[in-house]
Design a protein. Structure first.
Length: 295
Protein backbone atom coordinates (compact mmCIF):
# COMPACT_ATOMS: atom_id res chain seq x y z
CA UNK A 1 0.00 0.00 0.00
CA UNK A 2 1.42 3.46 -0.85
CA UNK A 3 1.92 6.06 1.91
CA UNK A 4 -0.43 8.64 0.34
CA UNK A 5 -3.65 8.28 -1.67
CA UNK A 6 -3.47 11.08 -4.22
CA UNK A 7 -4.83 9.35 -7.32
CA UNK A 8 -6.29 5.98 -8.30
CA UNK A 9 -2.94 5.36 -10.00
CA UNK A 10 -1.34 5.05 -6.54
CA UNK A 11 -3.31 1.82 -6.07
CA UNK A 12 -2.48 -1.57 -7.55
CA UNK A 13 -5.36 -3.70 -8.81
CA UNK A 14 -4.84 -5.83 -5.72
CA UNK A 15 -5.20 -2.72 -3.48
CA UNK A 16 -8.38 -1.72 -5.34
CA UNK A 17 -10.03 -5.13 -4.88
CA UNK A 18 -8.93 -5.22 -1.23
CA UNK A 19 -10.49 -1.78 -0.54
CA UNK A 20 -13.74 -2.71 -2.33
CA UNK A 21 -13.98 -6.02 -0.42
CA UNK A 22 -13.20 -4.33 2.91
CA UNK A 23 -15.82 -1.61 2.27
CA UNK A 24 -18.49 -4.21 1.46
CA UNK A 25 -17.54 -6.20 4.58
CA UNK A 26 -17.83 -3.02 6.68
CA UNK A 27 -21.26 -2.33 5.17
CA UNK A 28 -22.42 -5.82 6.15
CA UNK A 29 -20.73 -5.84 9.58
CA UNK A 30 -22.69 -5.73 12.83
CA UNK A 31 -19.68 -5.51 15.20
CA UNK A 32 -18.15 -2.19 16.25
CA UNK A 33 -14.77 -1.57 14.59
CA UNK A 34 -12.38 0.59 16.61
CA UNK A 35 -9.45 0.45 14.19
CA UNK A 36 -8.84 4.21 14.56
CA UNK A 37 -8.96 4.30 18.37
CA UNK A 38 -6.37 6.86 19.60
CA UNK A 39 -5.89 8.21 16.04
CA UNK A 40 -6.51 11.82 15.05
CA UNK A 41 -7.33 12.76 11.46
CA UNK A 42 -7.28 16.37 10.25
CA UNK A 43 -9.52 17.55 7.43
CA UNK A 44 -8.39 20.62 5.45
CA UNK A 45 -10.89 21.55 2.75
CA UNK A 46 -9.85 24.66 0.81
CA UNK A 47 -12.85 24.06 -1.50
CA UNK A 48 -16.50 23.46 -0.54
CA UNK A 49 -17.85 19.97 -0.01
CA UNK A 50 -20.96 18.30 1.36
CA UNK A 51 -20.44 14.58 0.71
CA UNK A 52 -16.67 14.06 0.84
CA UNK A 53 -16.02 16.11 3.97
CA UNK A 54 -18.97 14.72 5.95
CA UNK A 55 -18.43 11.12 4.94
CA UNK A 56 -14.71 11.20 5.78
CA UNK A 57 -15.49 12.69 9.19
CA UNK A 58 -18.27 10.14 9.84
CA UNK A 59 -15.93 7.35 8.69
CA UNK A 60 -13.22 8.41 11.18
CA UNK A 61 -15.76 8.54 14.02
CA UNK A 62 -17.35 5.18 13.07
CA UNK A 63 -13.87 3.68 13.43
CA UNK A 64 -13.41 5.17 16.91
CA UNK A 65 -11.03 7.95 15.82
CA UNK A 66 -11.14 11.70 16.37
CA UNK A 67 -11.39 14.46 13.76
CA UNK A 68 -9.93 17.95 13.83
CA UNK A 69 -11.35 20.09 11.05
CA UNK A 70 -9.36 23.15 9.99
CA UNK A 71 -12.01 25.71 9.08
CA UNK A 72 -10.32 27.54 6.20
CA UNK A 73 -12.60 30.58 6.62
CA UNK A 74 -11.16 31.04 10.15
CA UNK A 75 -7.61 29.84 9.45
CA UNK A 76 -4.49 31.93 8.89
CA UNK A 77 -4.81 31.25 5.14
CA UNK A 78 -6.76 34.54 5.05
CA UNK A 79 -3.73 36.29 6.61
CA UNK A 80 -1.60 35.11 3.74
CA UNK A 81 -0.16 31.85 5.09
CA UNK A 82 0.78 29.60 2.19
CA UNK A 83 -0.80 26.20 1.65
CA UNK A 84 2.57 24.50 2.25
CA UNK A 85 3.09 26.34 5.56
CA UNK A 86 -0.47 25.52 6.63
CA UNK A 87 0.14 21.83 5.98
CA UNK A 88 3.59 21.85 7.63
CA UNK A 89 2.13 23.49 10.76
CA UNK A 90 -0.77 21.06 10.98
CA UNK A 91 1.70 18.20 10.44
CA UNK A 92 3.84 19.53 13.33
CA UNK A 93 0.89 18.76 15.64
CA UNK A 94 1.31 15.09 14.63
CA UNK A 95 -2.08 14.06 13.26
CA UNK A 96 -2.20 10.48 11.95
CA UNK A 97 -3.43 11.65 8.52
CA UNK A 98 -4.49 14.75 6.62
CA UNK A 99 -7.43 14.71 4.22
CA UNK A 100 -7.29 17.58 1.78
CA UNK A 101 -9.44 19.14 -0.91
CA UNK A 102 -8.25 22.00 -3.10
CA UNK A 103 -9.35 23.72 -6.29
CA UNK A 104 -5.82 23.42 -7.76
CA UNK A 105 -4.82 20.19 -9.51
CA UNK A 106 -1.81 18.59 -7.82
CA UNK A 107 -2.35 20.24 -4.42
CA UNK A 108 -2.07 16.92 -2.56
CA UNK A 109 1.11 15.92 -4.45
CA UNK A 110 2.65 19.30 -3.60
CA UNK A 111 1.75 19.06 0.11
CA UNK A 112 3.06 15.50 0.40
CA UNK A 113 6.55 17.07 0.31
CA UNK A 114 5.87 19.05 3.51
CA UNK A 115 4.33 16.42 5.79
CA UNK A 116 5.28 13.15 7.42
CA UNK A 117 1.78 11.66 7.80
CA UNK A 118 -0.36 10.14 5.01
CA UNK A 119 -2.28 12.57 2.79
CA UNK A 120 -5.59 11.45 1.33
CA UNK A 121 -6.90 13.44 -1.61
CA UNK A 122 -10.53 14.50 -1.27
CA UNK A 123 -10.46 16.08 -4.75
CA UNK A 124 -7.96 18.43 -6.41
CA UNK A 125 -9.07 20.65 -9.28
CA UNK A 126 -9.85 18.62 -12.39
CA UNK A 127 -7.06 16.16 -11.56
CA UNK A 128 -8.27 13.35 -9.29
CA UNK A 129 -10.93 12.22 -6.83
CA UNK A 130 -9.81 8.68 -6.00
CA UNK A 131 -12.25 7.97 -3.16
CA UNK A 132 -15.17 8.99 -5.42
CA UNK A 133 -14.09 6.51 -8.12
CA UNK A 134 -13.83 3.78 -5.48
CA UNK A 135 -17.30 4.46 -4.08
CA UNK A 136 -18.72 4.52 -7.61
CA UNK A 137 -17.09 1.14 -8.31
CA UNK A 138 -18.42 -0.22 -5.00
CA UNK A 139 -21.95 0.92 -5.89
CA UNK A 140 -21.75 -0.83 -9.27
CA UNK A 141 -20.15 -3.95 -7.76
CA UNK A 142 -23.00 -4.24 -5.24
CA UNK A 143 -25.50 -4.05 -8.12
CA UNK A 144 -23.77 -6.12 -10.81
CA UNK A 145 -21.32 -8.36 -8.93
CA UNK A 146 -18.35 -8.72 -11.27
CA UNK A 147 -17.70 -5.48 -13.21
CA UNK A 148 -15.60 -7.11 -15.91
CA UNK A 149 -17.27 -6.71 -19.31
CA UNK A 150 -19.77 -4.12 -18.06
CA UNK A 151 -20.17 -0.84 -19.97
CA UNK A 152 -20.58 2.62 -18.46
CA UNK A 153 -21.24 5.97 -20.14
CA UNK A 154 -19.83 9.07 -18.43
CA UNK A 155 -21.92 12.03 -19.61
CA UNK A 156 -21.33 15.77 -19.48
CA UNK A 157 -18.48 18.11 -18.58
CA UNK A 158 -15.79 15.43 -18.75
CA UNK A 159 -12.77 17.62 -19.44
CA UNK A 160 -13.25 19.58 -16.20
CA UNK A 161 -14.18 16.60 -14.03
CA UNK A 162 -11.80 14.95 -11.54
CA UNK A 163 -14.54 12.35 -10.99
CA UNK A 164 -14.36 11.41 -14.67
CA UNK A 165 -10.56 11.27 -14.72
CA UNK A 166 -10.40 8.94 -11.71
CA UNK A 167 -13.38 6.87 -12.90
CA UNK A 168 -11.94 6.38 -16.39
CA UNK A 169 -8.76 4.93 -14.87
CA UNK A 170 -10.41 2.77 -12.21
CA UNK A 171 -13.35 1.40 -14.21
CA UNK A 172 -11.14 0.30 -17.11
CA UNK A 173 -8.71 -1.42 -14.74
CA UNK A 174 -11.71 -3.33 -13.36
CA UNK A 175 -12.45 -4.56 -16.89
CA UNK A 176 -15.20 -2.14 -17.87
CA UNK A 177 -15.59 -0.29 -21.18
CA UNK A 178 -16.08 3.46 -20.74
CA UNK A 179 -18.02 5.65 -23.21
CA UNK A 180 -17.41 9.39 -22.91
CA UNK A 181 -20.54 11.23 -24.05
CA UNK A 182 -20.21 15.00 -24.35
CA UNK A 183 -20.49 17.99 -26.66
CA UNK A 184 -17.08 18.83 -28.22
CA UNK A 185 -16.29 21.62 -25.70
CA UNK A 186 -16.74 19.21 -22.75
CA UNK A 187 -15.08 16.16 -24.32
CA UNK A 188 -11.99 14.54 -22.80
CA UNK A 189 -8.54 14.86 -24.39
CA UNK A 190 -7.89 11.13 -23.85
CA UNK A 191 -7.32 9.17 -27.06
CA UNK A 192 -9.85 6.48 -27.93
CA UNK A 193 -8.79 2.93 -27.15
CA UNK A 194 -10.45 -0.46 -27.27
CA UNK A 195 -12.13 0.11 -23.88
CA UNK A 196 -12.49 3.91 -24.14
CA UNK A 197 -14.87 5.38 -26.72
CA UNK A 198 -16.05 8.92 -27.35
CA UNK A 199 -19.38 10.07 -28.81
CA UNK A 200 -21.59 13.15 -28.95
CA UNK A 201 -25.08 11.84 -28.23
CA UNK A 202 -26.83 9.70 -25.66
CA UNK A 203 -28.80 7.92 -28.39
CA UNK A 204 -25.56 6.32 -29.64
CA UNK A 205 -24.96 4.46 -26.35
CA UNK A 206 -28.37 3.89 -24.75
CA UNK A 207 -28.83 0.38 -26.10
CA UNK A 208 -25.40 -0.93 -25.14
CA UNK A 209 -24.52 0.39 -21.67
CA UNK A 210 -25.25 -1.06 -18.22
CA UNK A 211 -24.69 2.20 -16.31
CA UNK A 212 -24.74 5.93 -16.96
CA UNK A 213 -22.85 8.40 -14.79
CA UNK A 214 -24.04 11.96 -15.29
CA UNK A 215 -21.73 14.85 -14.33
CA UNK A 216 -22.46 18.40 -13.25
CA UNK A 217 -21.33 21.20 -15.54
CA UNK A 218 -18.34 22.50 -13.53
CA UNK A 219 -19.06 26.22 -14.00
CA UNK A 220 -16.44 27.15 -11.39
CA UNK A 221 -13.75 25.72 -13.70
CA UNK A 222 -14.91 27.51 -16.88
CA UNK A 223 -13.03 30.69 -17.69
CA UNK A 224 -15.89 31.88 -19.89
CA UNK A 225 -19.33 30.62 -20.89
CA UNK A 226 -18.57 27.84 -23.35
CA UNK A 227 -22.12 26.69 -24.07
CA UNK A 228 -25.35 28.50 -24.95
CA UNK A 229 -27.36 27.81 -21.80
CA UNK A 230 -27.91 25.01 -19.31
CA UNK A 231 -31.36 24.55 -20.88
CA UNK A 232 -29.82 23.92 -24.32
CA UNK A 233 -27.33 21.49 -22.74
CA UNK A 234 -30.11 19.68 -20.85
CA UNK A 235 -32.15 19.13 -24.01
CA UNK A 236 -29.40 16.87 -25.33
CA UNK A 237 -27.70 15.47 -22.21
CA UNK A 238 -30.19 15.37 -19.32
CA UNK A 239 -30.82 11.78 -18.19
CA UNK A 240 -34.61 11.63 -18.15
CA UNK A 241 -36.90 8.77 -17.27
CA UNK A 242 -38.47 9.10 -20.73
CA UNK A 243 -35.06 8.68 -22.35
CA UNK A 244 -34.09 5.61 -20.28
CA UNK A 245 -37.53 4.03 -20.78
CA UNK A 246 -37.63 0.45 -19.49
CA UNK A 247 -33.95 -0.23 -20.15
CA UNK A 248 -32.02 -2.11 -17.49
CA UNK A 249 -29.56 0.76 -16.85
CA UNK A 250 -28.49 2.14 -13.47
CA UNK A 251 -27.90 5.88 -13.16
CA UNK A 252 -25.13 7.42 -11.04
CA UNK A 253 -24.03 10.97 -10.24
CA UNK A 254 -21.25 12.12 -7.87
CA UNK A 255 -23.31 15.09 -6.68
CA UNK A 256 -24.20 17.84 -6.32
CA UNK A 257 -26.90 17.18 -8.94
CA UNK A 258 -28.30 20.02 -11.02
CA UNK A 259 -31.86 18.68 -11.02
CA UNK A 260 -33.52 18.61 -14.48
CA UNK A 261 -30.21 19.65 -16.08
CA UNK A 262 -28.10 16.55 -15.32
CA UNK A 263 -30.88 14.11 -14.30
CA UNK A 264 -34.61 14.79 -14.17
CA UNK A 265 -36.73 14.56 -11.02
CA UNK A 266 -38.55 11.43 -12.21
CA UNK A 267 -35.32 9.53 -12.92
CA UNK A 268 -33.89 10.55 -9.53
CA UNK A 269 -36.96 9.00 -7.85
CA UNK A 270 -36.67 5.78 -9.90
CA UNK A 271 -35.15 2.73 -8.18
CA UNK A 272 -32.53 2.53 -10.97
CA UNK A 273 -31.08 5.82 -9.66
CA UNK A 274 -28.16 5.00 -7.32
CA UNK A 275 -27.30 8.58 -6.36
CA UNK A 276 -28.05 8.26 -2.64
CA UNK A 277 -26.63 4.71 -2.51
CA UNK A 278 -23.36 6.22 -3.75
CA UNK A 279 -23.40 8.63 -0.81
CA UNK A 280 -24.09 5.82 1.70
CA UNK A 281 -21.36 3.65 0.20
CA UNK A 282 -18.94 6.59 0.37
CA UNK A 283 -18.78 6.24 4.16
CA UNK A 284 -17.77 2.55 3.93
CA UNK A 285 -15.19 3.18 1.19
CA UNK A 286 -13.64 5.94 3.29
CA UNK A 287 -13.64 3.68 6.36
CA UNK A 288 -11.83 1.00 4.34
CA UNK A 289 -9.30 3.58 3.09
CA UNK A 290 -8.71 4.98 6.59
CA UNK A 291 -8.17 1.48 7.98
CA UNK A 292 -5.49 0.83 5.35
CA UNK A 293 -3.73 4.19 5.36
CA UNK A 294 -4.12 5.16 9.03
CA UNK A 295 -5.26 2.19 11.14
N1 LIG B 1 -18.95 14.07 -4.93
C1 LIG B 1 -18.38 15.06 -4.23
O1 LIG B 1 -17.14 15.22 -4.21
O2 LIG B 1 -19.27 15.84 -3.55
P1 LIG B 1 -18.83 17.04 -2.59
O3 LIG B 1 -18.22 18.11 -3.47
O4 LIG B 1 -20.09 17.50 -1.92
O5 LIG B 1 -17.81 16.51 -1.63
Amino acid sequence: MPKHLLSTKDLSLQDIYAILDEAIALKNATDIDNSLKDKIVTTIFFENSTRTLSSFEIAVKRLGGKVVRLDISKSSTLKGESMADTAANINAMKPNAIIIRHSEAGAGNYLARYVTCPIINGGDGAHAHPTQALLDAMTMKLHFGDLSGKKIAIVGDIINSRVATSGIDLFRRLGMTVFLVAPPHFQSLFNEEENLKKCESLEEILDCVDAIMSLRTQNERHNYQIFGSLKDYAQKFCITKDLIGNRNIIVLHPGPVHRNIDIDDEMLKDERSKVLSQVSNGVFIRMAILKRFVG
